[in-house]
Structures are given as C-alpha cells and as structure tokens.
Design a protein around this ligand. Structure first.
Ligand code: Q0Z
Length: 287
C-alpha cells in the first residue's frame, strides 16, 4: 500500500484508507465472523476471494450502474476506489425470506412496508424480489425501514433510482449464481454519489459477507438452509456450546481448511476463473 495512505475507517473484517482527496483503499482481511463475533482464527485467502468476487461483479455490472472500482492491487485483497458521498441507507434486496426479513414477516406479515402473501415459510422464495432498505447502525444491528423512511433520508427521486438499480443488480447476479448452483438469497448493496451527482455502486458487491449464499441442491423452503461458506464454522461453534458472545473460539485446522476450500469453490463456481490465476494476476476477474 502507498506510504501516504491514511487509515480512515475499520469494519469488523475490512479496513479503509485514504490515498488522497478522491481515492480510497479498501483492504479485505482474512478475518471471519460468526453469530456477529469476529473469531480469533483467520481463513487464509478469504479477503482475496471476497475482493476478487467484488471485482468480478463490478466489471460485469458496469453497464447497469457505474461503480467505485479503479483497480485491484497485486496483493489481491486491496481495491483502489473512487471516494464517494455515501448514501445513509443500506440497500438490501431479498429474493428469499430469511434473517430479519423472516423475523419481520412472522411478527407483522410485512417486510419494510411490503405486504407479503400469508403462509410463507422460512427461506421461501418470494413472489418477486423486494427492496428492503435499512439504516446504517453505528453500533449493533441495522434497522429495517419502510420506503417512506428511506425516501426521507435520501430524497424521493434518489430513492426511486436506488430501488430500481438495486433490483436490477440483484436480478442479474442472482440469475448468474443460480445457473451455477448457488442461490443468492439476499444481498446488501451500498451506493454513493459522485461529484457530478451520479449514482455509483460502492463498497463490496455480491460477496458471501454481504449476501446469503445457499447451495441450490440442498435448498428446501421451511428450513434454514446451510450457509455456502460458513456452515463448517457454525457447526463447529454449535458443537462447543459456545454462548455466542465475545470472545469466540479458535478454529481447528480442519475447519479452517474446509472453510477456505468453500470460499475458493464459491469464487471458481461463480467466476469460472481458477483462483490461482487470480492470485497470479488479480485483473483476470475484470476481463
Ligand atoms: C465504505 C467501510 C471498510 C470500514 C465508507 N467508495 C467509497 N467512498 C466513500 N466511502 C466509502 C466508500 Cl467504499 C465507504 N465504507 C464501509 C468499509 C471499513 C467501513 F473497509 N465506509
């Protein structure tokens, strides 16, 4: 990384640096979280898999919406990006009923103001994908909000634009994934505005950390599907009887190796690109 880069933000998994007034570096670590706790053991190459996947999706969706990607660095885990004015909402699209969407549906019959048919099961595919914005919580969990609340935060015109764009992006990526045996149950997108006022896709895109990936061949409505990437970690943590509060447990080598293999399998399955080719030259995902 450039010596001049100034650290400007930390997520649980990623770090953000400013290169100059117009450019940021987004660095994906190999940290992994489960049940909202970052574990003390890393998954080698996880940050490279997620960076490569985001780059792949950015390159393939740039006709739908411009994005912040400027370049992938040789380390495979660092994205150079345009610095944007980020919108103050998380742009979630759900094609299936899971997580907070399922919880909200069970208690109210609606998700973010979308009235849904009665009798839906956990994990069931929705009649059509829905845009379910959330506020960005500085601590704790994002809070689902309805379209009126989201429009109040970004303006009615911008709201209509991000809703339409997020639904188009989800349709594209979920169809691509399903053709390769992966259900993209839902996803969280973040958008910003460039100096010309144009909407730009930022952050990460359609990674297993920003989306629920489910193996299509094991999918069944009415049960919580296994996570494509984190199931070994969850199963191991459940087997310990850990109370899911900090600190989390160390992972044994076989759980680390199995999980690493799943991340790399997701990369290869979705991109059709050999992961070693990505390590050799990260720009292969942009072609
Ligand atoms: C992304 C985040 C991370 C902590 C700000 N292109 C952009 N322009 C302006 N701001 C951002 C971006 Cl991506 C931006 N985040 C999320 C990422 C660590 C927080 F790596 N915050």
């Amino acid at each position: 990384m450039s010596d001049a880069a100034v650290h400007v933000g930390s997520g649980k998994i990623r770090e953000l640096y400013a290169l100059d007034d117009d450019r940021l570096l987004l660095v994906a670590s190999d940290r992994i979280s489960t049940f909202d706790v970052v574990l003390p053991t890393e998954i080698p190459d996880k940050g490279r898999v997620l960076t490569g996947l985001s780059g792949f999706w950015f390159a393939r969706t740039e006709k739908l919406v411009p994005n912040h990607l400027l370049a992938l660095r040789e380390d495979g885990r660092t994205t150079e990006c345009r610095r944007l004015e980020m919108l103050p909402i998380e742009c979630v699209v759900r094609g299936y009923l899971s997580g907070s969407g399922w919880k909200d549906y069970r208690s109210t019959g609606s998700v973010c103001g979308h009235r849904l048919p009665a009798g839906l099961l956990e994990s069931q595919r929705l009649p059509e994908p829905i845009f379910t914005p959330a506020t960005k919580a500085t601590t704790g969990h994002d809070e689902n909000i309805d379209r009126e609340a989201a429009a109040a935060l970004v303006g009615a015109e911008r709201f209509a634009e991000v809703e339409q764009t997020a639904l188009e992006l989800y349709a594209f990526a979920s169809e691509h994934a399903l053709e390769r045996g992966i259900i993209l149950a839902d996803t969280k997108l973040e958008f910003g505005i460039d100096p010309d006022g144009a909407l730009v896709l930022g952050d990460e895109a359609f990674t297993p950390d920003s989306s629920r990936f489910w193996p299509a061949d094991e999918y069944q409505a009415g049960q919580a599907p296994p996570s494509y990437d984190k199931q070994f970690v969850r199963d191991y943590c459940e087997s310990l009887g850990w109370d899911k509060t900090y600190p989390g447990p160390e992972l044994p080598a076989e759980v680390v190796e199995g999980t690493r293999a799943r991340y790399i399998e997701a990369f290869t399955t979705l991109t059709g690109i050999d992961f070693d080719a990505y390590l050799d030259d990260p720009a292969v995902v942009l072609g």
